[in-house]
Write a protein of this length. Sequence first.
Lengths: 230, 230
Amino acid sequence: MNDCSSCIVRNRAICSSLTPDELLILGKMGRRQKVKAGHTLLWEGDDAPVVANVLEGVLKLVVAASDGREQIVGIVFPSDFIGRPFGKESPYSVTAMTDAEVCIFNRNAFDDFASDHPDLQQKLLRRTLDELDRARHWMMLLGRKSATEKVASFLLEMADRLSGQGCNADGSLNGFELPFGRQQIADILGLTIETTSRQLTRMKSDGLVSLPSRREIVIRNRAAMEEMAG
Amino acid sequence: MNDCSSCIVRNRAICSSLTPDELLILGKMGRRQKVKAGHTLLWEGDDAPVVANVLEGVLKLVVAASDGREQIVGIVFPSDFIGRPFGKESPYSVTAMTDAEVCIFNRNAFDDFASDHPDLQQKLLRRTLDELDRARHWMMLLGRKSATEKVASFLLEMADRLSGQGCNADGSLNGFELPFGRQQIADILGLTIETTSRQLTRMKSDGLVSLPSRREIVIRNRAAMEEMAG
DNA sequence: CGAGGCCTTGACTGGAGTCAATTAGTGTGG
DNA sequence: CCACACTAATTGACTCCAGTCAAGGCCTCG
C-alpha cells in the first residue's frame, strides 16, 4: 500500500484536505502507476473506471473529431486531478505527453469516499470551478483571437503554469522548457503546425523571444508579448 | 421572504438536494429579482458579491477582448446556476438575452451555507463537472470545426437543450424558437454575423432546415445535419 | 554516421472576414 | 390600419489570414 504522507504532491493535491487517518484509508484505495510518454490512460467515449492524481509528468486531455482532427482541451500537471467523478464515460482522452506517474483510484470507490468527505469534495469543487474558468477563457482564445494573439497568449500562460516547478526569484518565469512539440502547440491553439511555426519564427526575428532549442522558449520582451496577446 | 416550496425550479435546481427545513433557511437568504433583456447582472472582472439560480429566461456568459470582440462561453437556462462560488472576481459577464428572473444570494452567505450542506455541494459539483464537459466539447468546435460544421452542431445542440421546455412526444425536438438573434449565434460560434447568415441560407436552400421567421428554426433533415456537424 | 522524425520555409489556395448596399422585419404613432 | 422609422438580417464584391501541399534542413538518437 501507499505511504501518502510522503507523497510528493501531498500538500498540493486534493488529498491535502484529509487528516492522517483519512489519508490512510484513501492510501489503501489508490495505486501508483507509471505512464510512458505517448500512452493513453483514458479513451474518449469509453467507460472510465478510474480517476487519478498526477504525481509526475504532463498529460493532455484531447477531444477528437471523426476524421482525426484533434483539439487539446486541457493540460494536466503534477498535483492536478484526472478523470470524471460521478460520470461513466470519459468525455475526452487522457494521454501522457511526457513520461508520467499517476496515483489511480477505482472511480466508484472514490465517488463513495468523496461523498463521505465534504472537505475533499469541496477541494474538488474548487478545482473544477478553476478548470471551468480556464476552459472558458480558452474558448475566447479559440473563437476570437488571431494566430499571433493565440501564440502570444499561449507562451504567457505556459510561463505562468510552468513557474510552479522551479523558477527564478520573483516568480515571473521568462525562460522555460515546453514539455511538448510544435504539433501539440497547434492542437492546443486550434492552428496548424505550419502556422504555429511561422508565428514563432516571426516573434523570434522581431526580438520578442529566443528559441535556444526546439523546446526551449525565452520571453525577451514580456510587455510587447502581453500587448500582442490582445 | 421566499416560498421555495412552490418555486418553479424547485425540483430541478440545486435546491432539490435540500430538506424542507434547509430550504426554509436558504429561502431567507435569497431574493427574487427580474432582469430585463439586455441588462447585465455581473460584469467580467468585477467583484461578484452574488450567486443565483435562474427561474425564468435565458442568460449568456460573455468573455470580451480589450478591443470589443466578444465570445459567448456559456448559455444559462431556468434551473441553472449562475456565479462563481469560492471566488471573488467574476471571470465573465452575465447578461440577460431575454427578460429573465433570478433568485440571488449573497455569495459569502451562500458559500458558508454550501460548506455546511454537503449534498448541495455535491449537486453543485456535478453541475460544474457537466458544464466543464460541455465547455471542453465547445472548445473542439471553436478550435477545429468549419463554419458549416459549427452552425450544424449549434442547431443540433439547441434542439437538444431547448427540448426541456415543451417538446413533441418522442423528446426529439426539431422545430424551436431561438431566444436570440444572429449576432449572438455568431458570438457563440466564433464567427461573424455574415458568415452565420450565409450558412443558414445555404442550409435552407439545401432543404436541411426551414426558417419560418427570424428566430424560428425547423430541422428538416436531422440525419444530414448530424452528418454535417462532423 | 546515418535514418527518421520534427521543424521550418515557400508557393499557392480557399474559406471566412470586411466593407458596403439592400431588403425584410418590428414596432410606433398618427 | 397604414405609413414611417429603425433595427436586424441578407446579399454581394473583394481582401486577407490561415490552411494546404510540397520541399528542404536540422536535430536527435540509435
